[in-house]
Every structure is written in C-alpha cells, then in structure tokens.
Design a protein around this ligand. Structure first.
Ligand SMILES: [Zn+2]
Length: 291
C-alpha cells in the first residue's frame, strides 16, 4: 500500500526536525569540548576546572564533560546531566566532577526569562591570578572592572562566596551538594533588574570563592570563555596596578555606565576571540613568511 502524501510529508518533517535537533546538540558538544581546551590553553584552568552548557533542546538538562582535565576533553567525553540534582542522565555514565552542583544550581536558579538567556554556559576555575582577591578584604583588594575587556565584571566588587560562613570551618572547600551549589548561585545577578533605576544598576556574572577560585556565567559558550579569560586578565592588571600604586585604594575603576556600554559592544566580539583561540589550538595560524 502506498503511503499518503500527507503521511510522507509528516514523516519527512519529523525526520528533518530530529536531524536539526541532533545537529544542534552535536555542534554544542563540539563547541564545549573546544571551549574546554581553549580555557586550558589560556591558563584559566589546569588539571582542574570545568565548563558546561545548557542542553540546547532539553530544558531539564545540561552538558558537562566526565571527570577529566580540561585540556583532554573531546566531544566523546561530554555527558548529559539532570539540572534537578546534577545526576547523569545515563546511570552507567563514567564518573563526573565532584563540583558539578555549581553548574546545576546556576541553571536551576536562572531557568527562565532573562536569567535563562544570560546563563547558557558556566565556567568554574581555580586560577592562581584570581585567588588573592578571594582571601583579602574587599576594601583592600576590590575585584571589579578596570579595563573595557573586563567590563562585564561591572562597577561593584564581585561577591565573595565564603563556604565557611555558611557551612562551617571544616568543609573541604568544594561545592559538593545541591545545598552548597544553591548558596553559591544565590550571589549571582546576571541580568539588569527589570525595573531599572538608572545607570547604577548592578550586574554580577562573576563570583569569587574564598580560598578556592571563582565561577563565571555567560549567555553563550563563546562569551563564557571570553569572560573567563578576561577575568584572569583583570586579576593580572589589578595585581600589577596594586604593585605599582601600593594598593588599589586610589585606582580609577570603570564607572557603571562605561561597564554597561562596553559590555554591550563586546557581546558581538567574543566570537572573534573564540575563533582565534580555537585556531591557535589547532595549529591553524599560518606562519608569516618574511619577504
Ligand atoms: Zn573548584
């Protein structure tokens, strides 16, 4: 019996939609694996640290590699996790990162509206350049935007998550549960308030973690990588400035208005950096032949 044209169209349409979904997932996983390697090459992560992304077609899941050094992540190492409890979708999945709750709780807390738009990717790292700002008082070492490439950090000092103040003096410092992850996520404010009161509105896409490192969110994998790299660069710039000036008390930081304008400009520039870093990683930058 011949199938009706309507049935054939229905099947073909479903097949095309399925292929589109599959392609989107595959490209997101490929980008995530590349992003992981870029972060390692840029010195944001070493043997530790990780980047995740929201699942592109399933709102209850996110993507994160198995427990592996970031420089070694391939698309085959990327697993699907449930946002609800950071459990792997595949019960037979290889071991995951202890701190996957950082990611799950951020995707959970910012799961709709502008929050969801701004939290499409999460990076957690232990960069030694950033660490000093997590163990000194804010008034001594404020961590805020000082150059336009770090403008996303904003004009207010980054919050500092002190695990001891919430969970006592004897933790291993790791975000190893949904409760600790939710506590960390509560310090983020990745979007401008709906009812803005003016240019002084605060955006907090980055949070320091006392004696541990930091976590940054972004509206795309490319921007999360960009922000991670320039969080580290900002730390280096601030440290050098402090060394020259004998502290950060008199530093001319960026204003809230400058931060907002520069962040908007840079949103369209992150792909250029991502493509460059990816090409460098692949050894695809041709040598310049002297003439
Ligand atoms: Zn960590």
């Amino acid at each position: 019996m011949l199938a009706s044209p309507f049935f054939v169209a229905l099947v073909l349409g479903a097949a095309a939609a399925w292929a589109q979904t599959t392609d989107l997932l595959a490209s997101t996983i490929a980008d995530l694996a590349l992003a992981s390697r870029i972060l390692a090459q840029q010195g944001v992560v070493d043997a530790f640290g990780h980047i995740s992304a929201r699942h592109p077609t399933n709102s209850s899941r996110f993507l994160l590699s198995r427990n592996l050094a970031p420089a070694q992540v391939t698309p085959a190492d990327v697993l699907e996790y449930n946002i609800a409890d950071a459990s792997p979708v595949d019960p037979n999945a290889p071991n995951g990162f202890i701190e996957r709750f950082i990611h799950s709780e951020l995707y959970k807390k910012f799961g709709s509206g502008d929050g969801e738009t701004q939290v499409q990717s999460v990076v957690h790292f232990h960069a030694k350049e950033v660490l000093p700002f997590s163990v000194l008082p804010e008034r001594t070492m404020p961590f805020r935007a000082v150059n336009h490439l770090g403008s996303f950090l904003g004009a207010s000092p980054a919050p500092n998550f002190d695990i001891a103040s919430h969970f006592g003096p004897s933790t291993d410092m790791l975000v190893r549960s949904t409760t600790i992850g939710a506590s960390l996520a509560s310090l983020f404010k990745p979007t401008l308030p709906t009812a803005r009161t003016g240019i002084n509105s605060t955006v907090l896409p980055f949070v320091l973690m006392r004696g541990h490192g930091g976590t940054v969110v972004g509206p795309s994998i490319e921007l999360a990588v960009f922000r991670s790299v320039y969080t580290k660069v900002t730390a280096e710039v601030l440290a050098q400035t402090a060394a020259v000036a004998g502290g950060l008390q008199a530093v001319d930081f960026m204003s809230a208005g400058e931060c907002e304008a520069a962040t908007a400009t840079l949103a369209a520039q992150a792909t250029r950096a991502f493509n460059l870093w990816g090409a460098e990683l692949a050894g695809m930058i041709p040598d310049i032949v002297p003439t």
